[in-house]
Write a protein that binds this ligand. Sequence first.
Ligand code: 5GP
Ligand code: MG
Length: 174
Amino acid sequence: MSILTELITREQIAERIRALGERIRNDYKDEPLVTVCVLKGAVIFFADLLRAIGRSTTIDFMRIASYGCNVTRESNVRLLLDLETDIAGKHVLIVEDIIDTGHSMRCVLDLLGTRNPASLAVCALLDKRERREVPVDVAYAGFVVEQGFVVGYGLDFAEGYRHLEAIHILDPGA
Ligand code: 5GP
Ligand code: MG
């Protein structure tokens, strides 16, 4: 039996997203902005964050496999869905659910960096900072998570638990 322990309540999530949205709105002012949702885990966060930013942005989506990514060797790029938007000369904000070792986000940053955006920044709901293996500058971080595997609010375990309103620690149990 899996056991869920609530870690971050829906109220805490909502309040944090409100603050993140305000910072993003103030930082980008009236500059055109492309917001990129990294599928699938960030999808619920993305939908709430867009409304908290409270201004128009061009939205787009990408999806990568969470291993074996190396943009310098094309064959290793596990890009499952690419952007439709030409980001050259544009400000781009990448929205991710959680950054753990940093390899996935490093890959996305390296890939999008080759397309000459005006700027590239990361917004992650959760940051497992202590487990970082490659450096990633997270300009907008929701919550720092110390340990454990978290689910809910878009984050899954084997496609389960995404619908939960709060973020929980999953203990797979005995
Ligand atoms: P990284 O490349 O930074 O090690 O891994 C990032 C990806 O691993 C995330 O986008 C997410 O898909 C997955 N991941 C890492 N930690 C967790 C976690 O605690 N819960 C869930 N559901 N996914 C995680
Ligand atoms: Mg992810």
